[in-house]
Design a protein around this ligand. Structure first.
Ligand code: ADP
Length: 400
């Protein structure tokens, strides 16, 4: 069998590691050769992988590798190499949540960059350490393997200064307290997809709604981000699975001063107990569960979720000076016709009109023929975006 070059992408979250393997010569729009997940990393890691057509390939438990990134990475790469013995892994890409103000594109990992990523953890203390752990583990076990850091903030570096500022004294901005925006790999993928499939729309004013466990909106003008709803952290903007989105800062002062909550308790409340989970009275952070529930609090959670999306769309339409198109993506955006219908029902004033049947099918163009603004459903693929970045960065011969 012919030896093929492959690229691995790693996306490390708070307790899981998603991975995908791509053919290095497969072209920018080629799908993954395989995808998989290591779950419950801190307690009892479980590994699973499936083929390009979603057939299960392997499942395993790695209890002795709990919270041990070097061991998990070692086993993962060992499995990939054994499973695809005819392949040669030529580079690895990592999703890194925060690139700070300086990084506007993906970068080859060097000792200097690793040091800088360590310093950036102060801007994303909950996410960045998890992103860095697999990079460091690989740098030690496979120092010859090129690694590329793909920053989720990079795509938003085109935002005008006014969209990045908080009205705080200037010195805070100098210290890095400003709006960065996240979900950049997803938005970049969607912008690229639109440029290929709907070039007319791609050159106009488009709002993309990335609605997953984390959720945000991005305003694209001619394919570039000019504003977004997440800001300094991934807490801002829309209601999310367990995060509240935009919150009056006076509430935080109240929690600290009147309720006597500690900073850690407030952090836990804001990242893990709020959003859909909190407003549904603890029913679930998962939209599928809420849509299937007949509890009125589940309906109220969905109402607030969709109301706040529409409100933020109004704000971003103002940043764009109008709206030519709207794109739904990520778990909820791609799969829930109900949520799409509830959001679009509030956007008639912006020229959004759905085609009911097309919305039920939920793929590609879903707006009515006469709708002034086009509405589309596009499946995002952050892993594919990373693989493209890895190849471009490695081929551009960035110094190791
Ligand atoms: P993450 O942000 O963790 O990558 P996803 O993009 O996979 O998450 O989105 C997860 C969300 O998508 C969950 O709220 C889940 O309930 C929702 N979701 C997935 N499939 C459906 C569906 N068929 N209908 C409604 N919601 C769905």
């Amino acid at each position: 069998m012919k030896m093929a070059d492959t690229v691995l992408t790693l996306n490390a979250g708070s307790s899981s590691l998603k991975f995908a393997l791509f053919d290095a010569h497969g072209g920018e729009d080629a799908g993954a050769l395989l995808r998989g997940l290591v779950e419950e990393i801190p307690t009892r890691p479980r590994f699973s992988a499936s083929s390009a057509d979603c057939a299960p390939l392997a499942e395993d438990e790695w209890p002795d590798a709990a919270n041990d990134f070097p061991a998990i990475i070692d086993r993962l790469i060992g499995w990939i190499e054994a499973h695809r013995g005819d392949n040669r892994l030529i580079a690895v890409g990592h999703r890194v949540v925060h690139g700070g103000p300086a990084h506007a594109k993906p970068e080859r990992v060097t000792p200097a960059l690793l040091g800088e990523l360590d310093r950036l953890t102060r801007l994303a203390p909950l996410h960045e350490p998890q992103n860095i752990a697999p990079i460091r583990a690989l740098a030690e076990s496979r120092p010859e393997l090129p690694q590329v850091a793909c920053f989720d903030t990079a795509f938003h570096r085109t935002m005008p200064a006014v969209a990045t500022r908080f009205a705080l004294p200037r010195n805070f901005e100098t210290e890095g307290v400003r709006r960065y925006g996240f979900h950049g790999l997803s938005y970049e993928y969607i912008a690229g997809h639109l440029a290929l499939t709907a070039p007319g729309l791609a050159s106009g004013r488009v709002i993309v709604a990335h609605l997953g466990n984390g959720a945000s909106l991005c305003a694209l003008k001619a394919g570039k981000s000019i504003d977004t709803t997440m800001g300094f952290s991934t807490l801002d903007g829309l209601v999310m699975g367990s995060r509240p989105g935009t919150l009056d800062p006076g509430v935080i002062l109240h929690l600290l001063k009147e309720r006597g909550m500690t900073a850690d308790e407030v952090e836990n409340l804001l990242y893990r107990r709020s959003g859909l989970l909190g407003i549904s009275g603890g029913i679930s952070s998962d939209m599928r569960v809420l849509l299937g529930s007949d509890d009125p609090r589940a309906a109220e959670a969905i109402e607030l979720f969709t109301y706040r999306i529409a409100r933020e769309v109004g704000a971003l339409a103002s940043s764009l000076g109008g709206l030519d198109g709207f794109v739904f993506t990520a778990g909820i955006g791609e799969h829930s016709a109900m949520v799409r219908a509830l959001v679009c029902a509030r956007l008639g004033w912006l020229g959004v009109e759905l085609d009911k049947d097309a919305n039920e099918r939920g793929d590609g163009l879903i707006s009515a023929v006469q709708s002034p603004a086009e509405v589309r459903v596009i499946a995002t693929d952050e892993e594919r975006m990373m693989a493209s970045h890895v190849l471009r960065t490695v081929r551009a011969g960035h110094p190791a």
